[in-house]
Design a protein around this ligand. Structure first.
Ligand code: ADP
Ligand code: 5SP
Length: 578
């Protein structure tokens, strides 16, 4: 008879889909089920998982969509024959910063779910507001300015909360919500993050916020390990700090906290055991660093809808252009993060323009031409050393780092004399843009992470030891090749065997650790002992190559100047339009 040991589910509630991934105690993946929001949902006018109100730069997602998706994923696992009785623990990961506003009826409805109905059918009135502001939202410029000013400046806010104010961060979002919909805010009984929303549904009562994900709000004082009352005061306005504290609830210190047993709904409808434990759910990026025993010298690049760069580090060095979060499982460690809005969708724009120009219609692999053209294009578009370097910024959506409006900028840079000119002269559009967009994204990562990398060996420049690619784009070996040339990584560029499911895998590992750990055993220790590199990762590209790394080092100087010039131009434009 087959091994009948315990199983663990990790959910990933991201921008464009919900995934459920099942592992056993040996960390092997046994089932995956996916619900694609655009393709598989019904009744929502969403595009790429979200709705937009361009006039106010709002981006938001219908919460009911996620309820439909959760039943959808569980149905999918059931069809695959998963024996739900074996599932001992469930953890999850949610797209970061999004907030869910619960109505006064929420606790009653959650506690009395009827297994004969879908979640969507019975929880429609559990929300005081039907939408969750999405991380791509850019409607909170005014609120961000208030947050940054409140503690004396961006540096101070970054020092206290790990980040300066960002449009998508939940504190500025709640402040705007509270001002825009005061009556709804008043009627809101609780506020969840997307991660704790997911845990709440599984528990059948409102779950606490997670110790790492709470750092994505601009409200949590990382050093004190508590909400910062000054920031809560700003956020809550006339409604007061105590009311907001009640709405947000407690935050357990333990990222592997056992929140309680799964609700009867899931026992009756899907056949879960009553003994199945719900573990704290974290943010999608914190969960991603849990998909392997990451060392402080390694870097992860998540090529999802957003591009994120992640490191686990013992040093807390906050800066207005980066993010620090509490590590999701290990006190004393932090997660360093860079986050870009213009990741996968921006690359898709270039891909589609190339396919259109070439008259390629609905190809089996939509990335084939993008990859071919990118690999044929020389680094920074320089056919000869004496050519000018081509570089640009490609932002179909307003960007986070640097904080600029949507737009495209193309430049020519002369590394010999350091001169830089905004010009598309010599650019063969859209073909040169395939390499330029990937280089641009990678150069930005190298620029902003260099303070955290160290020299891996005598005589080698500071760089990551390994670069792990995860997320949808990690399937792409051409992108991996350019990533290695720009970022380095002496040990090479790797992808996880689970491909674009790293985030769900990290959540599942969190559940394994939370249930099976010995007293005081760390996540790294437990997962490290069970993790077999040869089974779980694949080297897909070389990392450090001296000549390429040095060339991109020269390009980096031009890139930094280019960003500064665009920011200056934009500032003048903004002032002129005031
Ligand atoms: N072969 C590929 N090459 C490059 N990018 C890809 C490829 N396959 C998928 N992607 C990108 O992956 C993105 C989705 O990534 P994923 O991690 O699944 O998304 P999410 O942000 O919802 O977690 C898509 O926007 C797409 O651009
Ligand atoms: O805003 C951030 C991180 O700060 C995003 O990374 C979101 O967490 C959404 O991620 P994906 O859906 O792209 O995985």
């Amino acid at each position: 008879m087959a091994f009948q040991g315990p199983l663990y589910i990790g959910f990933d509630l991201s921008t464009q889909q919900l995934k459920g991934l099942v592992v056993n105690s040996e960390l092997k993946v046994v089932n995956i089920s996916k619900f694609d929001f655009d393709a598989d949902s019904h009744g929502f006018q969403i595009k790429k998982g979200v709705l937009t109100n361009e006039a106010e730069h709002e981006v938001f997602a219908p919460v009911a969509l996620w309820l439909q998706a959760l039943d959808g994923v569980l149905n999918g696992l059931q069809k695959q024959g998963l024996d739900f009785r074996r599932v001992k623990g469930i953890s999850g990961a949610g797209q970061q910063h999004g907030s869910v506003y619960w109505s006064q009826d929420a606790e009653g409805l959650l506690g009395n779910l009827d297994a004969g109905k879908t979640l969507e059918e019975q929880l429609r009135t559990a929300f005081s507001h039907p939408y969750s502001p999405n991380w791509q939202d850019a409607s909170t410029q005014e609120e961000c300015e208030e947050f940054d000013a409140h503690l004396g400046g961006q540096e101070q806010l970054a020092w206290v909360t790990g980040s300066k104010a960002h449009h998508r961060f939940t504190g500025p979002q709640i402040l705007r919500f509270q001002k825009k919909y005061p009556e709804v805010y008043k009627r809101t009984s609780r506020i969840s993050l997307v991660s704790s929303f997911l845990a709440s549904i599984l528990l059948g009562r409102i779950a606490p916020l997670d110790i790492s994900d709470v750092c994505g709000m601009n409200l949590w004082n990382i050093e004190k390990g508590a909400y910062d009352d000054r920031l809560l005061q700003l956020c809550a306005g006339t409604f007061g700090v105590e009311d907001l504290k009640r709405k947000l609830g407690e935050v357990p210190e333990d990222g592997g906290a056992h929140l309680g047993k799964i609700h009867e709904y899931f026992v009756k409808r899907y056949g879960f055991s009553r003994d199945c434990t719900i573990i704290s759910s974290t943010g999608d990026n914190p969960a991603t660093i849990l998909s392997l025993p990451l060392r402080p010298s390694d870097a992860m690049v998540s090529l999802g809808t957003s591009t994120t760069f992640l490191m686990s580090t013992p040093s807390y060095k906050p800066d207005p252009s980066t993010h620090f979060f509490n590590h999701p499982t290990t006190p004393g460690l932090y997660m360093f993060m860079l986050c870009y809005k213009n990741g996968g969708l921006a690359r898709e724009h270039v891909r589609d323009a190339i396919n259109e120009k070439l008259g390629v219609n609905k190809p089996a692999n939509p990335w084939a031409e993008f990859d071919r053209v990118m690999l044929q294009t020389p680094a920074v578009g320089q056919k000869m050393e004496s050519d000018l370097m081509k570089m640009g910024l490609f932002f179909p959506r307003p960007e986070i780092v640097p904080n600029v409006r949507s737009g495209q900028w193309r430049f020519n840079y002369n590394p010999e004399d350091g001169s830089l000119k905004e010009s598309a002269e010599g650019w063969n559009e859209p073909f040169d843009e395939a390499r330029a967009i990937v280089e641009s994204q990678m150069l930005s990562l190298r620029l902003r992470s260099r303070g955290l990398t160290t020299s891996p060996d005598d005589g080698l420049p500071a760089q990551p030891r390994r670069v792990y690619l995860v997320g949808g784009g990690s399937k792409n070996k051409a992108i991996a090749k350019v990533a290695g040339e720009v970022l380095g990584g002496v040990d090479g560029v790797y992808k996880l065997d689970v491909g674009d499911n790293a985030c769900a895998l990290g959540a599942a590992y969190n559940a394994v650790w939370a249930i099976e750990r010995a007293p005081a055993q760390t996540f790294e220790d437990l997962i490290g002992k069970r993790w077999h590199e040869e089974d779980f990762i694949e080297k897909i590209a070389d990392g450090y190559q001296k000549d390429a790394f040095e060339k991109y080092g020269r390009a980096l100087e031009g890139f930094e100047k280019m960003e500064a010039q665009v920011l200056k131009q934009e500032e003048s434009r903004r002032l002129a339009n005031k």
